[in-house]
Design a protein around this ligand. Structure first.
Ligand code: NAD
Ligand code: GLY
Length: 371
């Protein structure tokens, strides 16, 4: 029997994270965490051919149905959630049903939100199959969808019953998606774990070439960090907001370019560089740290500049609609050093505008820096 690698400690909502090879079809794991007989697997067209048949076979002892969605960020809408409700209603699934999110963060966020809201909440299991979902989105219970005017604007906190992260699934992941996941891995180092940042820096080529031990170590370490932060601040009243490093800028980029054009990981990589630039402008971050940060992203083949077709004003407009705006004040995650992120509301707005002006006007001329 596979033992959990760790537990997210949330009292009666605590749940285990299984991180291992060859566990995606482990019947005993699912049996332990599924309630009732009715199971709906929600997945997408890219993930299904690799993992759906075996999972359906594993769950053949249940009344197991499936819903295969078109892939990608553009599907993260209320219409897609409605298609899950439709299927649940057609199949006469009651409150004692379990949803299984088989896929990346998009499937996990959509399926989790359907689980949070169907009949006021049913059980769900996260089976993350992208690096990004294994290190971040499957853990912590944030679920939701996008609005045309803002990313992740509609959502709910709903913790999964467990997370089953099978490392072998990363072998079928397209290279661009693996790199996008590395942006979230690097994020944990930048937030409060300088030693891990150095570890990632040293082990980057192993991670990029899917070296199993390094990947397993990275996923487990990121999940430990995330579980610790979520356990201390489940509803993002304080410290959890640090996990949004680069995200306010990144979400603006995702929205401005059209959902799915820049991958989430790509957008937050550029977003973390903008956060670093702004931190330098405020006199918080030593200037040499920016080159170190950019160098890791560049070696992971991630963007370090915002998109050329976007302006500083576009960015400011979109940021003003961010979820982190309260009473007209936008909380930003900034850095005092690598591994020393902090939250700020009392920054000088004109310095922010100036930083974005120069970053966005430099973007067109700096595309080669992104390559
Ligand atoms: P994704 O879900 O779109 O998956 C990336 C692509 O890879 C998709 O085309 C998918 O079909 C395909 N895919 C998935 N697994 C595969 C596999 N093993 N083999 C082959 N193809 C596979 O994207 P993502 O990067 O996993 O997730 C991004 C989303 O996660 C964003 O919407 C972001 O907002 C969200 N997110 C949520 C949280 C949270 O806490 N809930 C945290 C971070 C990110
Ligand atoms: N990915 C941000 C969070 O889970 O809080």
């Amino acid at each position: 029997m596979t033992e959990p690698a760790l537990t997210v400690d949330l009292g009666e909502r605590s749940y285990p994270l299984y991180i291992d090879s060859q566990i995606i079809s482990s019947e005993s794991l699912y049996r332990k965490h599924i309630s009732g007989r009715n199971v709906l697997i929600v997945t997408d067209e890219n993930t299904a051919p690799h993992y759906l048949p075996a999972l359906q076979e594993t769950l053949s002892g249940f009344n197991c149905n499936r819903l295969v969605l078109p892939p990608g960020e553009s599907q993260k809408t209320l219409d897609t959630v409605a298609s899950i409700y439709d299927q649940l209603m057609r199949d006469r699934f009651d409150r004692n049903s379990t949803l299984i999110a088989l896929g990346g963060g998009v499937v996990g966020d959509i399926c989790g939100f359907a689980a949070a809201t169907y009949q006021r909440g049913v059980r769900f299991v996260q089976v993350p199959t992208t690096l990004l979902a294994q290190v971040d989105s499957s853990v912590g219970g944030k679920t939701g969808v996008n609005h045309p005017l803002g990313k992740n604007m509609i959502g709910a906190f709903h913790q999964p019953a467990c997370v089953i992260a099978d490392m072998d699934t990363l072998t079928t992941l397209p290279a661009r998606e693996l790199k996008a996941g590395l942006a979230e891995v690097i994020k944990y180092g930048l937030i409060d774990d300088a030693e891990f940042f150095q570890w990632v820096d040293k082990n980057l080529s192993g991670l990029l070439s899917l070296e199993a031990t390094s990947l397993r170590q990275a996923v487990a370490h990121c999940c430990e960090n995330k579980a610790r932060i979520v356990a201390s601040d489940e509803r993002e009243k304080g410290k959890r907001a640090l996990l949004n490093l680069g995200h306010t800028f990144g979400h603006a980029i995702e929205n401005a370019c059209g959902y799915g054009v820049w991958l989430h990981g790509e957008a937050i990589a550029a977003g973390m560089c903008l956060a670093a630039q702004f931190s330098i402008a405020l006199g918080q971050l030593p200037e040499p740290d920016l080159a170190i940060i950019k160098s890791v992203f560049q070696r992971a083949d991630l963007p370090v500049q915002p998109p050329a077709e976007m302006t500083a004003q576009d960015c400011l407009n979109l940021m003003s609609r961010d979820k982190k705006v309260k009473d007209n004040i936008l909380t930003l995650v900034l850095m005092k050093g690598i591994g020393r992120a902090f939250l700020s509301t009392d920054y000088d707005r004109s310095i922010l505008e100036h930083t974005l002006d120069s970053a966005f006007s430099g973007a067109a001329g700096c595309l080669s820096e992104n390559e």
